[in-house]
Ligand binder design. Structure first.
Ligand code: GUN
Length: 720
């Protein structure tokens, strides 16, 4: 601890370093969870770590000084209005002379808006399309905004079509006027029409100026919806626009800044927010909280504290002069905003952003309505841009988790569970042979119920007894989130659901069981329900116990290779014909050998698979061709088991990746569409040779677009 810290003096936050020239405007994603992502946007005034909020600074008012924002609240970027600056000589002259960073006294990233919002509020603005971009570039803005046409939700379709087209018509000149150094926002308009939002995303996303394309895509025209809490339409717009916006561009919700909206927005792919709410609400004596807005007049005590409010009671604040009071509340509002964003980022990191969005949805009836609508879209994706977006969200979500899963009524609709259940329905198959060496058809389905995980302790005895009695039994476990094969007993979230004892003991009703059996393709078999007994495991199965256990272990590996690696069960059976394994002290399989060679291990935190190089080599021999390149598009296979997903590496990177270095975006030439972020993949050359294996850190769509960041976290190079 320094002397300064001891005395409570905060060290001055140093000015940011400019990014390297080659990184300017690039967006890198470091953590992904479905649509949610943690990213870095590179600028000349430092890196914006997303998701983040750009506080709005009115250059004439400055409720909180930008310098204080930088130092005290660690705000790395803010947004101000270039049109207001351009219009007022007392701002324009110093901005042109010394630059906008000096005018605002802010060393971080400065984003500016263009006057479009003023045209929405006050009617036309007097500035030209290129003139306003040129002005932003001259005053040294990091990320400017073109003069888009604000598409109000109440406009006719023709008017909205015009807003989209006219914005796109102005885009190229605007990009060229931005010059080499300034990045530009390319707003996506389109009102409430899904197809227009998707069209706008496409038009704005594909444009390339002399220096670059747009760096960020704000979703525009949404302020009137937020003012009226029309959240369902807000999320619909986000999903429709996201269907065509290139995945390597950050998405900004223009004018969105109430913390209650952050978790769901972030879970659905928003990277940037901006808002004057912290100051505007404070002026009205209103406090922002992550669950809504609170009026100062209604409070006896603070319901959500902050370092600003700790020093005062609500009645003391009410007694303050108006100016002092609103400044104080603005500080509190900014603190709460920053804290909720930190909470969201942490939730993305630990895989719980969807659970946070779900919790917050209970805070407001309108938000709940919107959340439930999103869940409906997830459960039954419709045709069109919204459906495409939700399908992509589900497919891009790692189906397994290393963290506890809180039970709720909405649990089944969480994207990772939808993905896991879809994989189960598509790729799981009934066993082809049994522990007694027979290979006839299955005789029955046995459901083990009433046991809590770890099931290898609580249900193994019952499983072994059931199999000893009838070897050709398919065993399932009844869990609060449905029926799962016993072989997947250590896969989280299934084995990690936190709920009451009552739910664990609950037996599914007949209809529910039928639905699950149909999904698994085994509804034709007779059914037996076993209530798990705490019987001594060592007795169950008699002399065949070890044989039965080995068979269960082998089925577990076959099932996991099918589910998580896309290997067909028959190939997986052949691979595991001579399988042996080692167990940990907690009785979990740790090392799995095929013909005495260590090939894979179940991952302890989530139950999926971790390959060794020898395992990767074996899986590679099953499909030695090279995947198609991005030039042919990211084409989905029609097969349920398309084989181990592969990434096609550029020749230049082979010497590095072959020795174990990570695969970096930009060096990927192609990828199989069924790559699952967070799951194993192979890295191959254009000749189809195995270069490395590792864990995919992105989807194939992402790999086709990104040119910065890690695409595959390599475990082993194959060319050491
Ligand atoms: N601020 C809030 N909404 C908008 C919008 O649609 N366009 C621009 N440029 N700024 C905004």
């Amino acid at each position: 601890m320094t002397e300064g810290h001891r005395r409570g003096v905060v060290n001055k936050r140093p000015d940011p370093d400019p990014c390297r020239d080659q990184d300017l405007g690039k967006f890198e994603v470091t953590v992904r969870d479905g649509a949610a992502r943690l990213g870095k946007l590179y600028t000349k005034h430092g890196v914006l770590e997303t998701p983040m909020l750009l506080p709005v600074i009115n250059p004439n008012i400055r409720t909180i000084e930008p310098r204080e924002m930088w130092e005290k609240y660690r705000v790395s970027g803010l947004i101000t209005n270039s049109y207001v600056t351009w219009k007022h000589e007392k701002l324009r002259e110093p901005a042109l002379k010394d630059g906008i960073h000096s005018l605002l006294d802010f060393p971080g990233v400065i984003v500016t808006d263009s006057g479009t919002f003023q045209s929405y509020v006050y009617g036309d603005v007097e500035v030209g399309v290129e003139e306003i971009v040129d002005f932003q570039q001259k005053i040294g803005v990091d990320i400017g905004t073109m003069l888009d046409v604000f598409g109000r939700p109440d406009m006719s379709r023709e008017e909205l079509e015009h807003a989209v087209e006219e914005t796109a018509n102005r885009a190229l000149d605007s990009l060229n006027a931005a010059g080499e150094e300034m990045l530009l926002n390319g707003p996506v308009q389109g009102g409430l029409h899904d197809d227009l939002r998707a069209q706008a995303g496409l038009l704005m996303g594909e444009l390339e100026g002399e220096n670059r394309g747009f760096a960020v895509h704000p979703i525009g025209g949404i302020v009137p919806l937020m003012e009226k809490q029309r959240y369902l339409e807000l999320f619909r717009i986000l999903l429709a626009a996201r269907s065509t916006i290139p995945p390597n561009r950050p998405i900004h919700m223009f004018g969105c800044g109430h913390p209650i909206l952050f978790p769901l927005c972030i879970a659905l792919g928003v990277d940037l927010f901006d808002s004057a709410a912290y100051a505007l609400f404070a002026r009205d004596d209103r406090l922002l909280t992550p669950t809504g807005t609170v009026k100062l007049g209604d409070l006896n005590e603070w319901t959500h504290n902050s370092s600003t409010l700790f020093q005062h009671t609500p009645s003391e604040v009410r007694e303050m002069e108006k100016e002092q009071r609103s400044t104080l509340l603005a500080h509190h509002n900014l603190e709460v905003t920053q804290a909720e964003l930190a909470r969201c980022r942490e939730a993305v990191r630990n895989g719980t952003i969807w659970q946070l969005a779900e919790q917050r949805s209970h805070a407001s009836a309108k938000l709940r309505e919107a959340f439930e609508w999103v869940l409906e879209q997830m459960e039954e994706p419709a045709e069109g841009p919204v459906g495409e977006s939700v399908l992509r969200t589900i497919a891009s979500t790692n189906p397994v988790r290393g963290t506890a899963e809180q039970f709720s009524d909405d649990i089944d609709s969480r994207p990772h569970l939808l993905h896991l259940n879809a994989l189960l329905a598509m790729r799981w198959r009934r066993p082809g042979s049994w522990w007694d060496g027979s290979d006839e058809k299955a005789e029955r389905v046995g459901i083990l119920s009433g046991a809590e995980p770890p099931w290898r302790d609580s249900a193994l005895g019952s499983a072994v007894s059931a199999l000893a009695e009838e070897p050709r039994s398919i065993l399932l476990i009844s869990t609060p989130v449905g029926l799962i094969p016993f072989t997947l007993e250590d896969v989280s979230p299934w084995c990690h659901v936190e709920c009451s004892d009552e739910l664990w003991e609950m037996i599914l009703d007949e209809d529910e069981i039928d639905t699950w059996l149909e999904d698994l393709g085994i509804s034709d078999l007779p059914l037996d329900i076993h209530l798990c007994q705490p019987d001594p495991q060592s007795v169950a199965g008699g002399g065949n116990r070890d044989k039965i256990r080995d068979w269960i272990d082998r089925c577990a590996i076959v099932d996991k290779l099918s589910l998580f690696c896309g290997i067909s069960p028959s190939e997986a059976c052949k691979l595991s014909a001579e399988m042996t394994s080692r167990r940990s002290r907690t009785d979990r399989m740790v090392n799995v050998n095929f013909a005495d060679v260590h090939c894979l291990s179940p991952r302890l935190p989530d139950g999926a698979l971790s390959l060794t190089l020898a395992g990767a080599e074996r899986l590679h021999t099953l499909n030695p061709s090279a995947p198609s390149s991005f030039e042919e598009g990211v084409v989905a296979s029609d097969l349920d088991h398309p084989g181990m997903p592969r990434v096609l590496l550029m020749d230049d990177a082979i010497p590095f990746v072959g020795k174990g270095r990570n695969v970096i975006h930009g060096f990927v030439l192609g990828a199989d569409a069924h790559i699952i972020s967070g799951q194993p993949c192979l890295v191959v050359s254009s000749k189809g040779e195995l270069v490395a294996h590792g864990i995919a850190n992105a989807t194939a769509d992402d790999m086709a677009f990104f040119d910065k960041g890690i695409a595959v976290k390599v475990r082993d190079g194959a060319m050491k």
